[in-house]
Design a protein around this ligand. Structure first.
Ligand SMILES: Cc1ncc(C[n+]2csc(CCOP(=O)(O)O)c2C)c(N)n1
Length: 470
């Protein structure tokens, strides 16, 4: 009797356990593709999942022998995500064209014959972080959620000593929902030992200079300011893709715009599903052209090729330098913020991390002299660390981008190729000399907030802004 009861109970328990862990769908051959396309990430214009910076000089990211970290600042992008509204609209238009094709697909598009389902299956996911829950394959190793959790563990592994006497501290997030969600996944993954208060700082233009996302509060910024330069880049690689696919599939009428959209399809499908057969459409040469086009447009829209960007990036750089100077007085040793890719790119432009003075050439793909590789700088989940450390009685600053130390070319005489703070503060003042975010961006037309204060007044103000699906 008892054993019948027990085996019944056991069966129920097993059934419940199995139910809770149903691993759904996914065709068997897809398993071989899942998580195997990392080699493509550096070519996918920062839309693919996280990867460590490929231009790593081999400098250890830990503080050099005899040095101790005194402050760490982290500025990170949100994690892997679904496409934005605009991208999704363009992707759907290409998808509809393909889904209306009535013949069998050939060669690289033949995967579409096998009851393929498009990777945006619920429009509520547009703009949002990919999670264990909204991912199209539970075995997807690239969810933004997992990336943030992994990042948190890596952060603790390297820097938990800085939190030795701190159990309650803030983490700052721009008010985009995916940015907030990333910050929350990161915070939770730090574990119960820490009591993190998320400070959600508005990224609406009305927040003016008091923002992590200066790009959103810059009415003066003009996406097309340098379009006359970037438009000179040849679109032959896109035309070749379209004509190849049209030749292989009679009656298919893909345009060069469709070809461009297919790169995004490839990248975002990996974020959502963990693999994408669409990536097999491109040759390596086409991927190189595509990634350089991203470097080029970013350079002239958000980087050193657009003078105003030095002003935009100065909003965060100025705050960062202020925190560095105050490190002795401040209780907190770790300042963690989450935002968008362009804000990090703007900041790195003002810092001068990837600028050798050579303007990017729109007429051909450069190789030897190309240091501004935006397609490598801010993948999903990108993270820029500012380290301040003390060795004997001297203090030093240096930057670590996506697991790689990137020395400042004109100031690297310190241990670990760092910049002595005495020199660094002059260097920073020089970079920001004459720069003014509020003025240059015409922020006055949307806000009267002239200063970034959230790092200093969060305790009184407790930032808790409404989340935006943008
Ligand atoms: C200075 C400046 N102001 C505004 C824009 C417009 N913009 C295009 S993409 C993006 C963020 C999406 O990134 P993420 O994928 O990280 O969320 C923004 C804000 C810009 N590119 N540069």
């Amino acid at each position: 009797m008892v054993s019948v009861f027990l085996s019944g109970l056991l069966a129920t328990l097993v059934a419940q356990t199995v139910d809770a862990y149903v691993v759904p769908q996914g065709k068997l051959p897809d398993l071989h593709k899942l998580g195997t396309q990392d080699y493509l990430f550096p070519y996918l214009a920062g839309a693919a999942p996280y990867f460590s910076f490929p231009g790593n000089y081999g400098i250890p990211t830990t503080a050099p022998e005899g040095c101790e970290i005194s402050q760490l600042q982290v500025i990170a992008r949100h994690g892997e995500r679904y496409p934005t509204t605009g991208r999704a609209r363009r992707l759907f238009s290409t998808y509809y064209k393909l889904s209306n094709y009535t013949r069998e697909f050939n060669e690289s598009l033949s995967f579409l014959n096998d009851d393929y389902t498009f990777f945006i299956s619920d429009s509520n996911n547009i703009e949002q972080e990919t999670t264990y829950k909204n991912s199209l394959d539970v075995l997807n190793p690239y969810t933004g959620q997992r990336d943030a959790e992994k990042h948190a563990r890596q952060f603790l592994d390297e820097y938990s000593a800085l939190l030795e006497n701190t159990t309650s501290f803030p983490i700052f997030a721009a008010s985009s929902r995916r940015v907030h969600d990333t910050a929350q996944f990161f915070s939770k993954a730090l574990g119960e030992k820490y009591n993190v208060t998320l400070q959600v700082v508005s990224e609406a233009p009305t927040s003016g200079a008091n923002t992590i996302s200066a790009g959103n509060a810059c009415p003066g910024w003009n996406e097309s300011a340098n379009a006359n330069i970037t438009d000179a880049f040849s679109t032959d690689y896109l035309k070749n893709i379209a004509s190849r696919l049209n030749r292989q599939n009679k009656g298919l009428n893909l345009t060069q715009t469709d070809a461009f959209n297919l790169f995004n399809w490839c990248a975002f499908e990996i974020n959502v599903r963990g693999y994408s057969y669409m990536c097999d459409v491109f040759t390596q040469e086409e991927l190189i052209n595509y990634s350089y086009y991203d470097d080029l447009t970013s350079y002239y829209q958000d980087g050193p090729g657009y003078d105003m960007i030095y002003d935009v990036g100065s909003n965060l750089f100025n705050a960062s330098v202020k925190l560095l100077k105050q490190s002795e007085e401040l209780d907190l040793k770790v300042w963690i913020s989450f935002t968008h890719d362009t804000d990090i790119v703007n900041l790195m432009t003002t810092i001068g991390l990837f600028d050798n003075g050579v303007k990017l050439d729109p007429t051909s793909v450069p190789f030897r002299d190309l240091v501004y590789r935006k397609s490598w700088q801010t993948p999903q989940g990108a993270r820029l660390y500012t380290q301040k450390y003390k060795c004997s009685n001297e203090t030093y600053v240096r930057y670590v981008l996506n697991d790689a130390v990137i020395p400042l070319e004109s100031c690297k005489s310190g241990p670990g190729f760092s910049c002595p703070t005495t020199e660094f503060y002059d260097y920073a003042a020089d970079r920001m000399n004459g720069r003014n975010f509020y003025k240059s961006c015409d922020v006055a037309s949307v806000s009267n907030v002239t200063e970034l204060t959230f790092y200093w007044d969060y305790n009184e103000r407790h930032y808790n802004d409404t989340l935006l699906n943008q």
